[in-house]
Design a binder for this molecule. Structure first.
Ligand code: ADP
Length: 628
């Protein structure tokens, strides 16, 4: 101690010149010298530390360990830093502790061993270290990917990347550091956002972009990147800090929402959103505007009532009340919508309650059901038509039954006379056994033949009519000789002739062939000639005339008979109708009705002129065709 007292001026001079605190202790661990810096550091007045034990500068907790340590140190006698790797603490006079760094330098002076301790207060440095540690931990803990690139190095390589960045990209730190960030684009450089980002970096500015980036395994992810330049005092950009955020999910959701919004907008069905309380439209899609003719600005001033002529406000509010009180989630009904131009169309309305922010709204989807309505109406019409057809078929069937019943009664009546005639004639024929009675026999045989023809005709008429009624008659056109047909018909009619009656054969039909339905023509001619014979007296003539043209044939059957009373003429083609002047003559009233139907079915016509007691002329016109 004395040594230092003696040389205190020299020590002072030297020790005050250094910036560290200097404390010298002797082997008894007593402080023998301390410079001003050291005294101030520990909160003592100048020289106040001299003579104090070293312990006063060491916190209690470390004191014991320290003493052992120091003794050992004295023995080893070497120069070194104290507590390397650990933080040492000093104790100020006011008992505050502070971190310090101590370098120990033992030396021997005049046979005494001393230790010169160089003491540095590291409070500030520790604070900075702590703060940096905290910042690094914060960066590491951040959920955003964070990178720092060195702008002063070539190609701006990454010098720091946090754990989140590794997680987002799938790359490990050693694969990231030293590379330019563009490796995340994996060749997909043709992006507007990439251009924008490079432009900003070139100008030394920050930017915020959304990029398509690729993870180590090749999967795409949307990276929301914020780049911020860091400059030094001379405004030179030294680093870029990049903050990355994987927004793939958000992006997908946005795309989905965008897609849904597009569906809403572009749907050709009408979709409206209106306020559940004020009823005012909030939105109307393209389909709604197109169908109604209103534009959005007009729609926004309207309510559903402006489209629904069938609803009063009261009625509509009542209808939607279950949606508002929660008793129903959705409802649908049919009504009519009115367009801007006043026209209306049937619609099916679907309403559903929803919310927009804190507002209760109703979403309305409207289907134009005009087509469906048309279809239903068409269906109803078809059903009506079919019902009508069925009704007719039923009536026809009934008529046919009536006809059969009537025919049976008719047959029993109409057949009786000819049959008894035939019977009488056969009995009489049997009685004329003499040779010279041939004439009488022939007369009766002629009667029998006539009666049989008459009966055959009745049956033919009836069968033909039944065919007609059933709609089963099929017509067969063929080329045939007109004269041959006329000959046959007249031959049969001649059997029925009364005394002195004659049928005049047409003169102009030799070698004429025509194309028509031969069977029907024979039926028509037979009927007309039979009537002419039947309704004419003895000694009268019947003319059969034919007018032949290129496309048609006209047949006239003219008699000099009893004629048709004028008042009956309009009914003459009605089925079963018989004029009042023929009631004593046999007949059924079927023939004319039936041949008229046939003639008309073949595209022809039939008419007559008649005068009572003077005679009648029936005329038939038939088109001529070509044989198939
Ligand atoms: P039908 O001769 O079996 O009574 P038609 O249908 O052939 O039945 O004729 C209907 C009615 O038309 C006859 O009952 C008759 O009153 C009248 N009629 C037809 N042809 C003649 C004719 N040539 N002269 C006078 N009346 C006729």
């Amino acid at each position: 101690m004395r040594v230092f007292e003696k040389n205190s001026n020299i020590f002072k001079l030297l020790s005050e010149a250094v910036s560290e605190g200097i404390i010298v202790i002797n082997e008894e661990q007593l402080i023998v010298a301390a410079n001003t810096r050291a005294s101030a550091m520990f909160g003592y007045e100048n020289e106040a530390l001299v003579g104090e034990p070293l312990e006063v500068l060491i916190p209690q907790t470390y004191s014991k360990a320290h003493q052992t340590h120091v003794s050992g140190f004295y023995r080893k006698h070497e120069q070194r830093r104290m507590a390397e790797g650990r933080t040492l603490f000093g104790l100020r006079k006011n008992k505050d502790q502070f971190p310090l760094e101590v370098g120990l330098n033992p030396f021997v002076l005049y046979g005494n061993t001393y230790v010169l301790a160089l003491v540095i207060d590291v409070t500030e440095r520790k604070k900075i270290e702590e703060s940096q540690k905290m910042k690094t931990a914060a960066l590491e803990a951040a959920l955003n990917g964070i990178t720092i690139t060195d702008a002063l190095q070539e190609d701006n390589p990454i010098i720091y990347a946090n754990t989140a960045f590794e997680k987002i990209t799938g790359y490990a730190k050693e694969e990231i550091l030293g590379r330019n960030c563009r490796f995340l684009q994996a060749g997909d450089h043709d992006q507007e956002a990439v251009k924008k980002m490079y432009g900003a970096i070139k100008e030394g500015k920050g930017c915020h972009v959304q990029l398509r980036n690729y993870k180590k395994d090749g999967t795409l992810f949307w990276n929301e990147v914020s780049i911020n330049p860091i400059a030094d005092e001379s405004e030179r950009i030294t680093h870029y800090v990049g903050i990355q955020n994987d927004i793939t999910e958000r992006k997908m959701a946005e795309q989905e929402i965008g897609h849904l919004a597009r569906i809403f907008d572009e749907s050709l069905n009408e979709i409206y959103v209106f306020d559940a309380h004020t009823l005012q439209f909030i939105n109307a899609n393209y389909g709604a505007q197109k169908n109604t003719g209103y534009v959005m600005a007009e729609c926004k001033k309207m309510t559903p009532l402006d489209l629904k002529p069938e609803f009063s406000e009261d009625k509509f509010r009542k209808l939607i009340s279950p949606l508002l009180d929660g008793s129903m989630e959705k409802m649908d009904f049919e009504t009519v919508h009115r367009r801007k131009d006043g026209t209306t169309y049937p619609v099916e309305v679907h309403l559903q309650i929803s919310s927009l922010g804190d507002k209760q709204v109703i979403v309305a989807i409207i289907l134009d059901i005009s087509d469906r309505k048309d279809y239903t109406q068409k269906l109803e019409k078809t059903v009506e038509r079919r019902t009508e057809q069925l009704k007719k078929a039923l009536e026809t069937e009934k008529e046919l039954n009536d006809l059969k019943t009537k025919f049976l009664s008719l047959v029993s009546h109409e057949f009786k006379t000819p049959l008894s005639g035939i019977l009488t004639s056969t009995i009489l024929v049997g009685k004329y056994t003499e040779k010279d009675q041939q004439e009488k026999r022939e007369k009766h045989l002629k009667t029998i033949t006539g009666m049989v023809h008459h009966l055959t005709q009745i049956l033919d008429d009836f069968l033909s009519m039944e065919q007609l009624e059933k709609g089963k008659e099929v017509y067969h056109h063929s080329e045939f000789s007109l004269s041959k047909l006329v000959n046959e018909v007249i031959y049969n009619a001649n059997m029925l002739l009364k005394n002195g009656q004659r049928i005049n054969y047409p003169q102009n039909i030799d070698d004429v062939s025509i194309c028509q339905d031969e069977k029907i023509m024979a039926l028509v001619l037979t009927n007309l000639l039979t009537n002419a014979v039947k309704y004419s007296q003895e000694d009268t003539e019947i003319d059969l005339k034919v007018d032949l043209m290129a496309d048609k044939i006209i047949i006239h059957v003219k008699d000099q008979g009893i004629g048709i009373p004028e008042k009956d003429q309009k009914h003459i083609f009605d089925r079963y109708f018989r004029a009042e002047n023929v009631l004593t003559t046999q007949g059924t009233g079927i023939g004319l009705n039936m041949i008229k139907a046939h003639v008309e079915n073949l595209g022809g016509s039939i008419f007559f002129i008649s005068k009572q007691n003077k005679g009648s002329t029936f005329t038939v016109e038939l088109p001529l065709g070509k044989a198939p």
